[in-house]
Design a protein around this ligand. Structure first.
Ligand code: MEV
Length: 332
């Protein structure tokens, strides 16, 4: 049996991380950094030649246990998405693992998989593509949820679909699919790539999503106003969606600053994030941490990207102009 090759993008969150875990709205966009993964039936379960380990390959390990294939699988994995940096590396692994194992399972059952490749290249809102992406994204969401012990479908949805996605409690225009967990339902919608000039700074401090989600959980449980902050972020995101739709970059910037303040109150910023965001703000319309926080990355919206990048030179961190991408998960 042949090797199956897939790839998926990283992502950034424009508005709404953490609050989305509680069912609030959020906006995320795919970026032009990608993870490439392949799978083939082999002698034993392995990743890049090493035996599969629960500790080192947690998302693949969960996938193998969920799909329960008859054969052992040899995976290879190559990526330029930095890990634990808020850029969607775990979501890309969950999505690629789900697509690979699902395809192998269907092949084992005798279903031809050739057309899956074409379905993922169909127009954005084509029913067949939406259906297939919804299946992959929901499988990958289950994987992230099990592996991390808590998550929203935001990262796995945008990494599957590409372009931008908006998550809301109610379905609206450009609806793609929905996801459920306990008493929460998220409706996932397509969003065109916004025309924004963004700079990303990666502090290099690893922020593990599971730890940051648990930290916010403790905060919300302990403090009466924790839940209010979550709702406030949800309201801000709705304003953010309107600002993105009307390409009001001044408003987007203001809301990014506001979103960052609320995330800091939840306790997931980091001194290095505060210092670097402080420095980049002088050359930006707004800036915020992106992703789980506790380190990781920030994004800044700016009409002078060179100046913003120069202002960050002295911090010796990885900074670049972000390129967004309409490509989601693909079979190569
Ligand atoms: C992490 O990229 C985004 C969080 O909101 C977690 C999640 O939505 O699963 C912090």
């Amino acid at each position: 049996m042949e090797k199956i090759k897939v790839s998926a993008p990283g992502k950034i969150i424009l508005f709404g991380e953490h609050a989305v875990v509680y069912g609030e709205s959020a906006v995320a966009v795919a970026i032009n950094k990608r993870l490439k993964m392949s799978a083939a039936i082999g002698e034993s379960n392995s990743v890049n030649g090493y035996p599969l380990s629960k500790r080192h390959h947690s998302y693949i390990y969960t996938g193998i246990n969920t799909f329960q294939l008859e054969n052992n699988i040899e995976f290879t994995l190559k990526t330029n998405i930095p890990s634990a940096a808020g850029m969607g590396s775990s979501a890309a692994i969950s999505v690629c693992t789900t697509l690979l194992l699902d395809t192998l399972k269907k092949q084992n059952m005798g279903t031809t998989t050739e057309s899956f490749k074409d379905i993922l290249k169909m127009p954005t809102l084509h029913e067949k593509r939406r259906e297939m992406e919804g299946e992959i994204a929901n499988g990958a969401f289950d994987n992230e949820y099990l592996t991390q012990g808590g998550a929203s479908p935001l990262d796995t949805s945008v990494v599957t679909h590409g372009s931008g996605v908006v998550l809301r409690k109610e379905p609206g225009q450009n609806h793609l699919w929905k996801a459920h967990r306990e008493d929460k339902t998220w409706h996932i919608h397509h969003m065109e790539i916004p025309d924004l000039s963004l700079v990303l700074g990666n502090t290099g401090i690893r922020g593990r999503t599971s730890e940051q989600v648990a930290k916010v959980g403790r905060f919300v449980k302990k403090r009466n106003f924790g839940r209010e902050i979550i709702s406030e972020i949800g309201e801000l995101v709705e304003e953010g969606i309107r600002a993105v739709e009307s390409n009001d970059i001044v408003k987007i910037g203001e809301l990014m600053d506001e979103n960052h303040k609320l995330l800091s109150i939840l306790g997931i910023s980091h001194p290095k994030l505060e210092k670097t965001i402080g420095a980049v703000r002088r050359h930006s319309l707004g800036a915020k941490l992106t992703g789980a926080g506790g380190g990781g990355s920030f994004i800044a919206i700016t009409d002078t990207p060179e100046k913003a990048i120069r202002a960050l030179e002295r911090f010796n961190i990885n900074v670049f102009e972000l390129k967004l991408s309409k490509n989601g998960v693909l079979i190569e």
